[in-house]
Design a protein around this ligand. Structure first.
Ligand code: ADP
Ligand code: MG
Ligand code: MG
Length: 250
């Protein structure tokens, strides 16, 4: 699904990603953990094509196609999705309208016709039920007056509506209270499927108690320095990152 080879990227002339390798198969959930400033969010942004980053080396193959030359919209049309960024508030635009526009912009980029509005709304209500999200959210303005937990739920709903093939979840450092964490994790787990891969980026181990990954990678100073199964996350929780940082330096 995703193959990253020796990826290097800079921000303002400073190299942040220093030859990163990662391979994610279809349906797999991989977690990246690492200390603050190790380049986790940079990776998420470079993968989805956000501006402000200069890729200086390496390859990113998504379903066999090199996406590094593609615009963010093209990557989204192929099925890449980034969640859990700092969400924008859009007063006056309901969640339903916002999500329909998001789906239609992807369909347009794929050369498909617009989605039937009634059918879309019906499906959206069903997705709310499945994800245990109140349907009231659909009539509210995007993120306006949403609590932290509601913003995350809104993102899970967006992910469900867009049906990405690769979902990248970059947990913001602010974190979630335990109830919101459970709701969001349940939602994400319901969206796991053999056709959908996920890359879960987190500073904290606790998220991975709920979203149990197939593989865990430790990122230090712009590189993956160790990979393992879910037990690696527990080991990290006990030992901290210092040892891995030293290994990386050596
Ligand atoms: P993480 O998500 O692992 O905490 P980031 O990818 O946010 O790490 O940051 C990696 C490094 O890049 C840090 O040293 C950070 O200070 C730097 N950095 C991130 N964003 C910018 C920016 N917009 N301009 C300059 N430096 C940045
Ligand atoms: Mg950070
Ligand atoms: Mg970050």
């Amino acid at each position: 699904m995703l193959e990253i080879k020796n990826l290097r990227a800079e921000i303002e002339g400073q190299e942040i990603l220093k030859g990163l390798n990662l391979s994610i198969g279809p349906g797999e959930v991989h977690a990246i953990m690492g200390p603050n400033g190790s380049g986790k969010s940079t990776l998420a942004h470079v993968l989805t094509g956000r501006e402000g980053y200069e890729v200086t080396g390496g390859e990113v193959l998504f379903q066999g196609r090199n996406v590094l030359e593609m615009e963010p919209e093209e990557r989204a049309a192929l099925g890449m999705f980034l969640a859990f960024q700092y969400p924008v508030e859009i007063p006056g635009v309901t969640m339903t309208t916002f999500l329909k526009e998001a789906v239609n912009s992807i369909r347009k980029a794929r050369g498909e016709k617009e989605i039937d509005a009634l059918q879309f709304t019906k499906e959206l209500r069903e997705r709310c039920k499945l994800l245990n999200i109140s349907q009231d959210m659909l009539r509210r303005s995007v993120n306006t007056g949403f609590s932290g937990g509601e913003k995350k739920r809104a993102e899970v709903l967006q992910m469900a509506a867009l049906e990405p093939k690769l979902a990248i979840l970059d947990e913001t450092d602010s974190g979630l209270d335990i109830d919101a964490l459970k709701t969001v994790s349940d939602g994400v787990n319901r969206l796991r499927s053999p056709e959908r891969s996920m890359l879960v980026i987190t500073h904290y181990q606790r998220l991975l108690n709920y979203i149990v990954p197939d593989r865990v990678h430790v990122m230090v100073r712009g590189q993956i320095v160790k990979s393992g199964d879910k037990n690696l996350a527990l080991q990290l929780e006990e030992q901290g990152y210092a040892e891995f940082a030293e290994e990386a330096a050596a």
